[in-house]
Design a protein. Structure first.
Length: 513
């Protein structure tokens, strides 16, 4: 990787040498906490030891150990992996006192894959276009970041199952303490993320440890609804030690496990969670509602005002689950029986007939296909993504905070269009890196990306996403006003409201794929 002239900056831990690239100052591979290895494995992140001299910051740091997503159409990352992975990256237009808005990206990947250094998370375009400081971060993933062993080991290994979230808190503390040296404003920090990144933000909004570390939040395709109860997290830990054949009180053996061994058991756990005819699960772990780090179900905590000072944009893609449906094993046919069986894992059996009937009626009324596969995808999309998102935006509205809602409707042209407006499709448009087979290209794609970037940047600056290209974006309000982001960007009142009303009185469990 070739970079231009060097750039120097002094942080609280020591001096860094980055590079000047295309009018920006770029710093890669900045450590924000001590390496979480050895005795620090499965522990909260610890403070970084200062260094002397100048530390190079021209290359990305290693990413968290991870398996590829089995059956995924998402390309596997070829970046170097290491347990020593707590690094972040900064793109800034100037090393001065301009106090620019700061945007911190938290990547997705089912709490199992991903990094802040993936090409699709390159912050240069946004930093340049908006005169903002962009930060991307790594955090611990999978069994190293979200496995709870505290009770199982009698405290010998005190892992809470939320170490990955605590890494994010440490990264935000680093931003608060150091971003002024990079031309950023520590009093104007926006967190934004997609999928597990947005789910992380939904948890951060409920966590006492994260309070005051950010001022605005953009949650794309996820809120904190996938955080699991304590007993479920403990059960995963029990299966973990059973799969390994290690006694739960053998701390030494557990700490001696290598990252490849942990990745192997991770894959076995995910395979064991899959039902008949289903793809390997994307994750075996998730953040844990432990009563301490996450005091209660995140949306409930937020509803009670834990983040009432945080302005939000919250949205989902129209057909999120089509991406996961494409990962089903070849030859799987979704008929009425398969649809009902899959729904029973997440929805009370007695509620399924009226829920399916409501979705079928709404789709037929709009002239949309209503096969069992279509209905299953639509219901799973709303159960996991849209309904929890609406719950969060309504909570912030009711807490008297500015809250904005969107629905992303652009359809992917890949695979003959079968993916539709699927999960993760929005990321390329946010970063301006959409000109590919998955996202599509052309004048309409250019316009959509421009509108989204303009809105995200305006929100980071002022807390209002309205702009010249996208027009006036009103808060969600009592009219459920929602910005539709697609071939046209326009405001709609209560879109797909028949489906929303169908969930009244139904309590479902989020179907983490």
């Amino acid at each position: 990787m070739s970079h231009d002239t060097p750039a120097l900056v002094a942080t609280k831990s020591g001096k860094l040498e980055g590079s000047r690239e295309g009018g920006l100052y770029v710093f890669r591979g900045i450590p924000y906490a001590a390496p979480p290895v050895g005795k620090l494995r499965w522990r909260p992140p610890q403070p970084l030891k200062p260094w002397s001299g100048v530390r190079p910051a021209r290359e990305f740091g290693p990413i968290a150990p991870q398996n590829p997503l089995a059956g995924s159409i998402i390309p596997r990352s070829e970046e170097p992996q290491d347990e020593d992975c707590l690094f972040l990256n900064v793109w800034t237009p100037g090393l001065d006192n301009r106090r620019r808005p700061v945007m911190v990206w938290i990547h997705g990947g089912a709490f199992t894959i991903g990094s802040g250094s993936q090409a699709m998370h390159n912050g240069a375009g946004l930093a340049r276009k908006g005169n903002v400081v962009i930060v991307t971060i790594n955090y611990r993933l999978g069994l190293l970041g979200f496995l709870r062993l505290k009770e199982l080991t009698g405290g010998g290994i005190p892992s809470t199952g939320n170490e990955g979230l605590l890494d994010q808190v440490a990264a935000l503390e680093w931003v608060r303490d150091n971003i002024g040296a990079f031309g950023g404003d520590p009093a104007n920090i926006t967190v934004f993320g997609e999928s597990a990144g947005a789910m992380s933000i939904g948890c951060l909004m409920a966590m006492p440890a994260a309070r005051g570390l950010f001022h605005k939040a953009i949650l794309e395709s996820g809120v904190g609804s996938t955080a699991v109860p304590l007993d479920e997290a403990t059960g995963v830990g029990e299966r973990f030690v059973k799969e390994l054949g290690i006694k739960s009180d053998d701390d030494r053996a557990l700490r001696a496990l290598t990252p490849p061994q942990l990745l192997d058991v991770d894959m076995r756990l995910r395979t064991g969670l899959a039902g008949p005819g289903e793809a390997v699960r994307l994750t075996a772990v998730a953040p844990v509602v432990d009563g301490e780090i996450i005091p209660d179900v995140p949306n409930r905590v937020i509803n009670n005002g834990s983040a009432s000072d945080v302005k939000v944009i919250v949205g989902t893609n129209l057909e999120e689950f089509k991406l996961f449906a494409a990962m089903d094993p070849p030859g799987v046919k979704i008929d009425e029986a398969v649809m009902s069986r899959r729904l029973r894992a997440f929805v009370p059996a007695g509620d399924i007939p009226r829920l399916v009937a409501a979705y079928r009626k709404a789709r037929e009324k709009r002239g949309e296909p209503a096969t069992p596969a279509d209905l299953l995808t639509a219901i799973q999309t709303d159960l996991m993504f849209r309904m929890p998102a609406l719950e969060l935006v309504e909570a912030q509205r009711d807490n008297g905070q500015a809250a904005y809602s969107y629905l992303f409707t652009w359809e992917s042209p890949v695979m003959g269009g079968m993916l539709g407006a699927c999960h993760a499709l929005d990321i390329g448009f946010v970063f301006g890196l959409y000109d590919d087979a998955f996202c599509g290209s052309g004048p309409e794609a250019d316009k959509l990306s421009g509108c989204i970037q303009e809105a995200w940047l305006a929100f980071a600056r002022t807390g209002d996403p309205s702009g010249r290209g996208i027009g006036k974006w009103p808060p969600y309000g009592e009219g459920r006003l929602t910005m539709l982001l697609g071939r046209d960007c326009r405001v709609a009142a209560a879109p797909y409201d028949e489906e929303r009303r169908a969930w009244d009185g139904i309590t479902g469990k989020s179907p983490m794929p």
